[in-house]
Design a protein around this ligand. Structure first.
Ligand code: UDP
Ligand code: MG
Length: 340
């Protein structure tokens, strides 16, 4: 099999307003870095707007474009996984569709990879334009909490924007888990990984697809995926309470012997309420891990592809790709709608 020198993998959810400009700038950057020897893998993550139609139109005029249509919205990390699993390049650039991360950095990232003999060049945000104070503050707090909780060195202020070697990508694709926190998983695989500083821009168009609820779910996946520290806290806390209850036992026995056993409604309620709350919290925490265990044991494919336009030559080991029974141009088959 012949691999292109470079694959650029881009997950897209409701990005129709970005796609044309994305295609133009990313193609130019790829050409500047490797000439014509590249492929562009766009993953449509169940967009509700016209993203898929735009992708197909772009694909019709560009033999280097591979457009992948997931069967529904799978979420950013799984859409990215699908693109990575189906791309075939010797080097792989991961980038968002909204042009917050400038594709023009590609050549410099390639040079850094060569010069430092690295397997991963990860882009570290020096500045983030156009993002709210709240987003920046929560993101910063999250990355710092995460690095305290985990044994893996997950770089701070780093998104998924990065360049990887084929062997690093293959190592990443050997991790089968459903709950994927890709930037952490890349850190986990090891190899030589070097930072690359850059300034993050504003979105080209549209708005963030990461509302607070998705950010929280993402943070939960990151923490439970990379650390069992919360479970350890639960047992430490339980142990501490055993000590406290011994002291209380002495106090209670003393009260009983001294004949004043009835008093103490306040302290009693306090113990009941506080312990009840703590128990519920700890149970919930255990439940989080248990739930993830349950989901992982089902071993479902990580993504389902409905249609592919162009030639996807990757290993396709983590998901399911539906057989296309008719040429992709045929309307109405396999979920293809005619181009509006
Ligand atoms: N994205 C996706 N599926 C989703 C949500 C987001 O593929 O369910 C893509 C989105 O199109 C973009 C990238 O993931 O290319 C990052 O999303 P976004 O820019 O909204 O996140 P932010 O930069 O605000 O953290
Ligand atoms: Mg963005």
């Amino acid at each position: 099999m012949t691999r292109p020198a470079l694959s650029i993998v881009i997950p897209c959810y409701n990005e129709e307003a970005c796609l044309a400009e994305l295609h133009r700038r990313v193609s130019a950057a790829a050409r500047a870095a490797v000439g014509e020897d590249y492929e562009l893998v766009l993953v449509n993550d169940g967009s509700r707007d016209g993203s898929w139609q735009v992708m197909r139109q772009l694909g019709a005029g560009d033999p280097r474009l591979v457009a992948i249509n997931l069967s529904r919205n799978h979420g950013h990390q799984l859409a990215l996984t699908a693109g990575l699993d189906l791309c075939s390049g010797s080097r792989i650039l991961i980038i968002d569709a909204d042009l917050q991360d400038p594709p023009e950095l590609l050549s410099d990232m390639m040079a850094a990879m060569d010069a430092q003999e690295a397997d991963v060049v990860y882009a570290v945000r020096r500045a983030r334009a156009g993002e709210t104070v709240f987003k920046k503050a929560t993101a910063s707090a999250f990355y710092r909490l995460l690095s305290r909780l985990t044994d893996v060195e997950i770089p701070v202020d780093t998104g998924d924007f990065r360049l990887m070697s084929r062997r690093a990508l293959d190592a990443l694709l050997s991790l089968p888990e459903q709950a994927r926190f890709i930037r952490g998983m890349v850190a986990w695989i090891g190899f030589r990984q070097v930072p690359f500083l850059y300034d993050r821009h504003e979105r080209h168009a549209g708005h963030s697809k990461y509302p607070l609820s998705k950010m929280l779910a993402f943070a939960f996946d990151a923490i439970t995926g990379f650390s069992t520290a919360p479970l350890r806290w639960a047992s430490h806390f339980g142990l501490a309470l055993v000590g406290v209850s011994f002291l209380l036992l002495v106090y209670i026995a003393y009260g009983w012997l001294a004949g004043n056993a009835i008093q103490g409604w306040t302290s009693m309620m306090l113990v009941v309420v506080v312990l009840g709350a703590v128990q519920m919290f700890v149970l919930g925490m255990i439940g989080e891990y248990l739930g993830r265990l349950y989901i992982e044991t089902k071993r479902r494919p990580l993504y389902i592809v409905a249609d592919v336009v162009g030639k996807a030559g990757g290993r396709q080991s983590l998901g399911y790709v539906a057989e296309t029974t008719a040429p992709i141009e045929t309307p109405g088959v396999n979920g293809n709608r005619p181009i509006a």
